[in-house]
Write a protein that binds this ligand. Structure first.
Ligand code: UDP
Length: 325
């Protein structure tokens, strides 16, 4: 199959590119290299079945051409990371909403199959855990920029459903929960690569808030396994799926586990949210996926443990610090 991956030079996209090429598909990546990096694709760069187009998903003629050439489009390109979103809300809203519109409109021309990446952020401040795909969502007020991300991705989902029902576009939506692993950069605020880098360099490990907020961290290899299975699943079209681990950990516990696993002498430092992000920043206390639908549809659920994940991220961050990556 010929697959187009927007955002394929990013953290999840590059792992997905490798996996699909390994399965014998041909892959074209469209990426503007804003948060992704061509280096992420170093292992596949010279493969005949691989092509990289450096360009924007807002470039309508280019997107139409590439979607047309592909059998399947996976739209991962988006503004990511809470830090980036709080700092650049205009960019976040425009990138996330306009690019998805362009991709869906291109797919509608010949009813091409498309997978739209969404996020667990859309559950917002919901407190009924685990989060099920059909649950109500609960977002904060519009003057808090964090929620712009959730709202923009929720709008992407509405658009995908709308194109699916009104224009017969076979679309699937995936809500990624906290996904971590090699190649994820801490530059955009993601907690695990930051903690590991801090622990390895002897800096303070910075826990935001009281550290009691909890997350489930899933390995990127599990995330792309779930995604590729959904692509091939018979009854996935027109539906939304959670993908993520169900092993919960508080951010304080995560800091302790990273400190132990690295043998670090770093101190764990608590930083108020308003100092870490912006005045009035709102975090969510818990975020756990219900992955029943993924399992029932594909027979798969993420299974790599947090210990394995931490070990992989340590290896990756060590390679970066030693200049090997
Ligand atoms: N966080 C932290 N220290 C950091 C970066 C993040 O304590 O250096 C916290 C963040 O406030 C959140 C959790 O770790 O409660 C997960 O953050 P991340 O940005 O990785 O993902 P989120 O779950 O916010 O999408």
């Amino acid at each position: 199959m010929r697959v187009l991956i927007t955002g394929g030079a990013g953290f999840i996209g590059s792992h997905l590119t490798e996996k699909l090429l390994g399965q014998g598909h041909s892959v074209t990546v469209l990426d503007d290299l804003s948060t992704g990096a061509a280096d992420n694709l170093a292992a596949v760069r010279d493969k005949e079945e691989f092509k990289l187009h450096v360009g924007s998903c807002l470039d309508e003629p280019l997107v139409i051409e590439l979607v047309d050439q592909a059998d399947y489009t996976i739209h991962l390109a988006a503004a990511v990371g809470v830090k980036l979103i709080v700092e650049r809300p205009v960019h976040t809203i425009e990138t996330n909403v306009k690019a998805t519109e362009v991709v869906l409109a291109a797919a509608a021309k010949k009813q091409k199959r498309v997978l739209i990446a969404s996020t667990s952020e859309v559950y917002g401040k919901s407190v009924k855990v685990p989060f099920h795909e059909d649950d109500d969502i609960s977002l904060g007020p519009t003057n808090r920029s964090r929620w712009a991300y959730a709202c923009s991705k929720a709008l992407d989902e509405w658009l995908a459903f709308a194109y699916c029902s009104e224009k017969n576009v076979p679309a699937i939506i995936i809500r990624f929960f906290n996904t971590v692993g090699p190649r994820q950069t801490g530059r955009y605020g993601m907690v695990l690569p930051n903690f590991v880098r801090q622990a390895l360099t002897g800096e303070d490990i910075t826990v935001f808030g009281d550290g009691k907020q909890a997350r489930c961290f899933g390995h990127v290899h599990d995330a792309v396994e779930g995604l590729t299975r959904l692509m091939m699943a018979k009854d996935a079209v027109g539906r939304v799926f959670n993908i993520g681990s169900t092993e919960e950990v508080t951010i304080s516990q995560l800091a302790e586990r990273v400190k132990k696993a690295t043998g670090s002498s770093s101190s764990i430092k608590y930083i108020p949210y308003e100092e870490a992000y912006a005045e009035g920043f709102e975090d969510m206390p818990r975020r756990i996926p219900d992955v029943t639908r993924l399992f029932e549809t594909t027979g798969f659920k993420p299974e790599r443990t947090l210990d394995e994940i931490i070990a992989d991220v340590i290896e990756d961050q060590k390679a970066i610090l030693e200049g090997k990556r």
